[in-house]
Design a protein around this ligand. Structure first.
Ligand code: AMP
Ligand code: MG
Length: 421
């Protein structure tokens, strides 16, 4: 790894708060969609198409029968009625999956199954319900116009039409369509592989029992879930001690398999703030304070051209910072263009207070009331209270300048999940 000139900026002064929108724009202006790859359909599911996929053949590719019955010439059955059935000679059978070898001449019929190709010479199908078979002869008791019960070539897709547009996310129907049309490895923006690190001497894995003063690492799992829900691929790199060299070493170890990094903890002003210590003098990591609560201190930059998110340590700060900065970046890397959570206007069921100069993100549960959405805070505002997030489905935004949004007032709520059990 080559040494970069130090390009680190510190904005720790009290007046140096960066508005949320600016912080977000700074992150997003550096983020590009990942280079497209051809992936098998099963892996391409949920990814965004990197090109217009144009049909190279028509679908269906051959005319087939929509009914079990007889393939005939419409002119032979034009006058057929129950009283005066058309009598035709059965000259063969058209099977599903094979080119029919029989052809239908005047006065002839070929027995046909649903989905089987229409034999040459026939232009219509008389369903089995309107036929009586007597040995080699079939009596057809109803007229059938040209094309009746025939699935024509190109009825679904005409050759040359766009099957999936560039920028379209491949969901279940798109996978089926691409499979049908012969595109087993579409060109898509892949899912970013994101290395997740937790920093802190006090942390232990959730599989261990804490000594007094120790804390189970929750952030790694919050971030894991949030990445999965965004469609990215988390790689858990575990807990790193508050030691700059260990952090650097771990990051470098994972460099080759990472499209991005997320660490939590160690980004504020404290002496032991390890992310700063590790990356203050190399890479292009910027440390700043965002005018938001929770989540104020943030680090963001690139390590060897890969985005590095240095999130704060508090569990609620992690969740909120992920929503505001990381999630839109992940979606952008996946080629998605709709990167914002939906917002609704809701009436507060209780007062929400926040620091005056910052955007307050209050954890709320929103429910439909008689007069629109109602947002009820799920608990205290402390940024360590992760249970307040677990009970919530939205973040109510109390903008800078407002210290208390009173019960009954309207707020905008970012909805981060809906219709959950
Ligand atoms: P820091 O920014 O590193 O000082 O961390 C702020 C607070 O978040 C401290 O109380 C940490 O113990 C806590 N914290 C940091 N990382 C984690 C984590 N991975 N899981 C749970 N709590 C954490
Ligand atoms: Mg720490």
């Amino acid at each position: 790894m080559t040494d970069h000139p130090p390009r680190v900026h510190d904005h720790d002064s009290a007046e140096g708060l960066v508005p949320v929108e600016d912080a977000r724009a700074r992150v997003l202006e550096t983020i590009q969609p990942l280079a497209p790859l051809q992936l098998p359909l099963t892996e391409a599911h949920g990814c965004v198409s990197a090109e217009d996929v144009v049909a190279t053949e028509s679908l269906p590719a051959f005319p087939s029968s929509a009914m079990d019955g007889f393939a005939v010439r419409s002119s032979d059955v034009a006058e057929a009625t129950p009283e005066r059935p058309a009598e035709l000679k059965i000259v063969g059978r058209a099977l599903i999956g094979y080119r029919p070898d029989a052809t239908v001449g005047g006065g002839e019929a070929v027995a046909i199954a649903t989905g089987a190709p229409i034999p040459a010479g026939a232009d219509t199908i008389v369903p089995i319900e309107n036929a009586e078979v007597h040995g080699e002869v079939v009596r057809l008791v109803e007229a059938a116009a040209t094309g009746r019960h025939v699935r024509p070539v190109g009825e679904d897709v005409a050759e040359g039409t766009v099957l999936v547009e560039r920028g379209k996310r491949l969901g279940a129907p798109e996978l089926g369509l691409l499979a049908n049309a012969g595109f087993p490895t579409p060109l898509v923006h892949p899912r970013p592989r994101v290395v997740v690190l937790s920093t802190g001497d006090e942390l232990i894995p959730p599989t261990e029992s804490p000594e007094y003063g120790q804390i189970r690492d929750s952030n790694a799992f919050t971030i894991f879930g949030a990445l999965r829900e965004a469609g990215a691929m988390p790689v858990l790199a575990g807990i790193v001690k508050d030691d700059a060299d260990s952090l650097k070493e771990t990051v470098l170890d994972y460099l080759i398999q990472a499209d991005a990094f997320i660490s939590s903890g160690g980004v504020s002003v404290g002496e032991r703030d390890v992310v700063k210590a590790a990356f203050f003098k190399r890479g292009d990591i910027d440390f700043y304070k965002v005018a938001m609560q929770p989540g104020m201190p943030q680090g963001f930059g690139q390590i060897e051209g890969k985005p590095y998110f240095g999130l704060p340590g508090n569990p609620v700060s992690v969740f909120v910072s992920f929503e505001l900065f990381v999630r839109p970046a992940m979606l952008t890397m996946m080629g998605r263009t709709q990167i914002d959570r939906p917002e609704v206007a809701a009436t507060l069921a209780a007062d929400v207070s926040g620091p005056k100069g910052k955007m307050q993100y209050a954890r709320v549960v929103i429910e439909r009331g008689d007069a629109g959405w109602v947002a009820t805070p799920t608990g205290g505002r402390g940024s360590n209270l992760i249970s307040t997030v677990a009970r919530a489905n939205g973040l109510a935004m109390v903008p800078p300048g407002t210290e208390t949004a009173p019960a009954g007032s309207q707020v905008q709520v970012m909805v981060f999940r809906t219709g959950e059990d």
